[in-house]
Design a protein around this ligand. Structure first.
Ligand code: HEM
Length: 426
């Protein structure tokens, strides 16, 4: 903690401004040092505790006294802000993994884990490669692109739709609904609520159709797998399966957009590291790609703050007393730059080995989609660098805008230039 005899503490930096959105890391360094468990008013007006040190963050993520269920949050005592998925008001959709505690969480997670297996993800690799190449085909001849709009955004939505078993002809609807949610993710607006409602209606109907059509064992999509999954004779209800499909889309979409966007941006800003990776890939060495994507998650990960937690009783985190009902936000982006845990935390080192970052969370809510995210992230970055070897930023970093949402961290646009494919590089 702060030594009273040392020079005066500089004033607390402002949080949640546009400058903060562009580079929150200096403010997080200040918090880790001077106010590691810090109570603050969020833009919505809700007061919450921010946990910024790695050791405290890891402990809090695994602390079962912190509930995920918003009913533990007393609105009258702590302000009137809204929590949860923007636009999500349906009781049905609220019953998903990120909003529930054991024993319900244990049961649902076990069921979904039977359908969403690492093997299913691995079998999906050729399709992710094909999607990646098709998207790059769309702009490779042009010499310039906005990588968020044309690449990072569509890839995850098509990938998860394919995996779930949403027919191709309907996937552009999902693209539009998801676009609405990502553009207006910061608050519950009419368009977002409508998109969520349409998505819910579509998924409910699709699940119903797939249940009717289900017969025998065999190769199948993830929704059929969810319907079929059973544990001690128990199955998911149609409502639970719809909520599960929705959370897979919701949790797996913007996160992966930002992994590809933030990751590409970090590589473009760190040319030595990017050249190292390009050399390794040219030599057929995929090892650096695997450690590199983990490092990109640590260095500037998609999930800035873990999703909401609420104290179910009075408790202490990092020496700070937290009262029952108080919301607690674990700041993954701050923990993953903690010098007490990571050597040279502000440097990007693609070969970092001691890298137990919290980018996918920790404990029972650890990201269920991590294998799919890794597959998409590695395929996207490697294919971009292989096909467009002289890829470069086509904007002043100062002019780039970051989304102002609370939980996620990601760029609105990422303009790039490169030698068009098919034209010899001189
Ligand atoms: C949970 C990060 C991609 C599905 C989480 C959590 C984090 C996270 C930090 C825990 C949140 C908390 O404890 O509050 C990420 C990142 C991704 C990514 C950084 C991409 C780079 C995906 C994908 C899927 C997915 C592709 C599925 C298609 C989930 C689900 C949960 C979750 C279902 C809830 C698990 C539970 O509560 O048991 N993710 N995620 N994620 N993620 Fe991911």
């Amino acid at each position: 903690m702060h030594d009273k005899n040392a020079s005066p503490v500089p004033p607390a930096p402002p949080l949640f401004t546009w400058e903060f959105a562009a580079d929150p890391y200096p403010a997080y360094a200040w918090l880790r040092e001077h106010a590691p468990v810090h109570r603050t008013a969020l833009p919505s007006g809700v007061e919450a505790w921010l946990v910024t040190r790695y050791a405290d963050a890891r402990q809090a993520l695994a602390d079962q006294r912190l509930s995920k269920n918003p009913v533990h949050h007393s609105e009258s005592a702590h302000g009137k802000g809204k929590v949860g998925i923007p636009g999500e008001r349906s009781a049905n959709l609220m019953t998903h993994l990120l909003n529930i505690d054991p024993p319900d969480h244990t049961r649902l997670r076990r069921l979904v884990s039977k359908a969403f297996t690492p093997r299913r993800v691995a079998e999906f690799a050729p399709r992710v490669q094909e999607l990646t190449d098709q998207l790059i085909d769309g702009f490779a001849g042009r010499g310039e692109a906005d990588l968020i709009h044309e690449f990072a955004f569509p890839l995850p939505i098509y990938a998860i739709c394919d995996m779930l078993g949403v027919p191709r002809e309907d996937q552009d609807d999902f693209r539009d609904w998801a676009g609405m949610m990502i553009r207006h993710g910061g608050g519950p607006r009419g368009g977002v609520a409508r998109s969520v409602k349409r998505m819910r209606g579509y998924l409910t109907e699709l699940i119903h159709r797939k249940r009717e059509a289900l017969q025998g064992e065999g190769d199948e999509d993830l929704i059929s797998g969810l319907i079929r999954a059973s544990d001690h004779g128990e199955h998911l209800t149609e409502d639970e399966a719809a909520a599960m499909a929705f959370i897979l889309l919701f949790a797996g979409f913007e996160t992966t957009v930002n992994l590809i966007g933030n990751g590409t941006y970090a590589l473009l800003r760190n040319p030595e590291q990017r050249e190292r990776l390009q050399r390794a890939l040219a030599e057929g060495d995929e090892g650096l790609l695997a450690t590199g994507v983990e490092e990109l998650l640590r260095y500037d990960g998609p999930v800035e703050l873990a999703t909401w937690r609420f104290a179910t009783r009075d408790l202490t985190i990092g020496g700070q007393r937290i009262a029952e009902g108080d919301p607690v936000l674990v700041v993954l982006a701050a923990a993953d730059r903690d010098p007490e845990r990571f050597a040279g935390p502000d440097a990007l080192d693609l070969s970092r080995r001691d890298n137990q970052h919290l980018g996918y969370g920790h404990g029972i809510h650890y990201c269920l989609g991590a294998p799919l995210a890794r597959l998409e992230g590695q395929t996207a970055l490697a294919t971009l660098l292989r096909r467009l070897p002289d890829l470069r930023l086509a904007a002043d970093p100062e002019d780039l805008r970051w989304r102002g949402g609370l939980i996620m961290r990601g760029l609105r646009t990422l303009p790039v230039a490169f030698t068009p494919e098919g034209i010899p590089d001189t």
